[in-house]
Ligand binder design. Sequence first.
Ligand SMILES: Cc1cc2nc3c(=O)[nH]c(=O)nc-3n(C[C@H](O)[C@H](O)[C@H](O)COP(=O)(O)OP(=O)(O)OC[C@H]3O[C@@H](n4cnc5c(N)ncnc54)[C@H](O)[C@@H]3O)c2cc1C
Length: 220
Amino acid sequence: KLGQVQRSMASVCLYIGLQDTAENLALPKTNFWIYPGPDYRGQVEDFLADPDNRDIPLTYISFPSAKDPSFTERYPGRATIEIVAPGPFQWYQQWADKPWGKRGEDYEAKKDAYAQRLLKKLYEKMPHLRGKVDYYELSTPLSTDYFCRYSSGEIYGLDHTPQRFEQDWLKPKTRLPGLYLTGQDIMTCGVVGAMIGGLLTTVAVSGLKGLPLAKKMFVG
Ligand SMILES: Cc1cc2nc3c(=O)[nH]c(=O)nc-3n(C[C@H](O)[C@H](O)[C@H](O)COP(=O)(O)OP(=O)(O)OC[C@H]3O[C@@H](n4cnc5c(N)ncnc54)[C@H](O)[C@@H]3O)c2cc1C
């Protein structure tokens, strides 16, 4: 039945380490969503057709250490940044059969070229971070497959098309006794979608016994 639904677009993620605290570096507790213009769909199409010469249609920058009150205690004098951007699986497919960490210099060079573009996006918004980055590493759709088992490197599981929401089997209870589904694919994408999916499955498994939990989550 998975053949009836598409998978969401794959992504790359740049993990950045910095030699100072989030506070000293004035890293915000919010996220940046950077679009080059209002025609998102057109910009995605242009980028996919000519990725080296077209602007990245969406750059998401997040500052995890700034949001974590215990981070500085655990990692004094350090901060982290995460940048997510589109990265189709096909761009990396030729290395898919090579082992993680040993995919060769050409793969590393391709990764670094994209990493530099993403760092440039970061410095455009926060020029004071130049010279502060002491580590960065780009994950590709192959990493998302290797570590999380998303076979096309899709960041958000199933794509959010009308067909996906018409699938009556994408719900906690399946026709097989004792087999339940959960997570983002029975709800909507992202951490919050996965959390609500988890709650729905808990209620489906535990029946009426799960209702107090649902009440606690939504009413308090
Ligand atoms: C780099 C990156 C950054 C992201 N940033 C954000 C963000 O800022 N905000 C946000 O809302 N979302 C973000 N997401 C998306 C978010 O991670 C997912 O939406 C969320 O994790 C989905 O939760 P889930 O429980 O449905 O699935 P998952 O978290 O993917 O959990 C599924 C689990 O099942 C395991 N598994 C798979 N197949 C098997 C198998 N055959 N046997 C045993 N175990 C298996 C996997 O290893 C995994 O642990 C990001 C994703 C990535 C990759």
